[in-house]
Ligand binder design. Structure first.
Ligand code: GDP
Length: 309
C-alpha cells in the first residue's frame, strides 16, 4: 500500500485533536455508527528514561488506498532532539494555525525544525468559522514567520487551506464550496512525497521513540527504512557505530491503524511501526536483519533542556 507520513504542527488549542477526529471519521477508519471513543492524540502519558522523552503517538487513516500516518509532535522547545527525530520520520508537515490567534511562539520552534529539515509545509488556517477570524492577516503572519525562519522559496510557496475542523471541512479558498475534508486529504497525497525507502534491501529501522508498556515491556517505534519485517522475526539492534547491542525474537510487531496500535504479521518499508522484545536497545539504535552491518544515520540525541520560561 502507498504511504504518506506527515506531522501536524499546531499550538495547543488550535484544534489539532478535533481535526484528526474528523479525518478519522471521514476516511471511514471507523464504522459509521462507531463513536470516536478516545480523543485521537490525547491518549499517551509522558514517560522519561535517562533524560530521553518517550512519546510515540501516531494516528493512521486510509484515503484513496493510501495510508496516511499522522505523527504527533511535541510542541515545546524542551523536547530538543526529540522533535528532530520525530520529524525525520515524515516527508511533510501540516502547519495548523487558529484563524483568530495566528501563529504563536511555541509553534515557531517546531516549524523552524521542520523547515531546516527541508520539509515543505501545507498551511491549514483553522477555525475560520470563528466570528473573530482574521484569515488574511493570519496568512500574512504565517508567511512572515516562515520568512523569518529562513524558509526556502519553495517552502515559502506553501499551499494554503482554510478550514473548520469542528464543522469538518477544508477548502482552497474562502469562496470555494464547503463540503468535507477531502481537499486536505487530496492535498496531502499531492504535495507530500511518498517515503524514500528501499523495499528490496534487508530490514532496517531507526529507533525514534521508546515507551514502556505494562505487558509488552520496552516498545520501540520508528519508520522502516528498508525491507520488511515479520511479526515473529529474529532481528538485532546495533548502535550507531554498528556494534551489536542485542539479538532477539520480536514478541510483538505493532502497526498504527486508526487510533490504535494493532498487532501485525508483516510490515513494509515506509510504514511506522513499534517493536517489542528488546531489553536494552534504545533511541538512535538501528533494528535490522541479523546479517546487516551498517546502522542508519540518526539525529544527535541531546538531553532535553528544561524550558526557562
Ligand atoms: P488541540 O489542543 O489543538 O488538540 O485543540 P482541540 O481540538 O482540543 O480544540 C480546542 C478547542 O477549540 C475546543 O474547544 C474545540 O471545540 C475548539 N475548536 C476546534 N476546532 C474548531 C473549529 O474549527 N472552529 C471553532 N470555532 N472551534 C474549534
Amino acid at each position: 500500500m502507498d504511504i504518506r507520513n506527515i506531522a501536524i504542527i499546531a499550538h495547543v488549542d488550535h484544534g489539532k485533536t478535533t481535526l484528526v477526529d474528523k479525518l478519522l471519521q471521514q476516511s471511514g477508519t471507523f464504522r459509521q455508527n462507531q463513536q470516536v471513543a478516545e480523543r485521537a492524540m490525547d491518549s499517551n502519558d509522558l514517560e522519561r528514561e535517562r533524560g530521553i522523552t518517550i512519546l510515540a503517538k501516531c494516528t493512521s487513516v486510509v484515503w484513496k488506498d493510501v495510508r496516511i500516518n499522522i505523527v504527533d509532535t511535541p510542541g515545546h522547545a524542551d523536547f530538543g532532539g526529540e522533535v528532530e527525530r520525530i520529524l525525520s520520520m515524515v516527508d511533510g508537515v501540516v502547519v495548523l494555525v487558529d484563524a483568530a490567534e495566528g501563529p504563536l511562539p511555541q509553534t515557531k520552534f517546531v516549524v523552524g525544525k521542520a523547515l531546516r529539515l527541508g520539509l515543505r509545509p501545507i498551511v491549514l488556517i483553522n477555525k475560520v468559522d470563528r466570528p473573530d477570524a482574521r484569515v488574511h492577516q493570519v496568512h500574512d503572519e504565517i508567511f512572515d514567520l516562515f520568512a523569518a525562519l529562513e524558509a526556502s522559496d519553495e517552502q515559502l510557496d506553501f499551499p494554503t487551506l482554510f478550514a473548520s475542523g469542528k464543522q469538518g471541512w477544508a477548502a482552497e479558498s474562502l469562496e470555494a464550496e464547503r463540503t468535507d475534508l477531502s481537499p486536505l486529504f487530496d492535498l496531502v497525497l499531492r504535495h507530500v512525497p511518498p517515503p524514500e525507502v528501499q523495499p528490496d534491501e534487508p530490514f532496517r529501522m531507526l529507533i525514534t521513540t521508546l515507551e514502556y508498556d505494562a505487558f509488552l515491556g520496552r516498545v520501540l517505534t520508528g519508520r522502516i527504512q528498508s525491507g520488511s519485517v515479520k511479526g515473529n522475526a529474529t532481528v538485532k539492534a546495533i548502535s550507531r557505530d554498528g556494534q551489536l547491542i542485542e539479538q532477539t525474537r520480536i514478541t510483538k510487531l505493532l502497526a498504527f491503524r486508526g487510533l490504535e496500535r494493532q498487532g501485525a504479521d508483516l510490515a513494509e518499508a515506509g510504514d511506522i511501526v513499534a517493536i517489542a522484545g528488546f531489553k536494552t536497545a534504545t533511541v538512535a539504535d538501528t533494528i535490522c536483519d541479523v546479517g546487516v552491518q551498517w546502522a542508519l544515520p540518526s539525529q544527535p540525541i541531546d538531553p532535553p533542556t528544561l524550558a526557562m520560561t
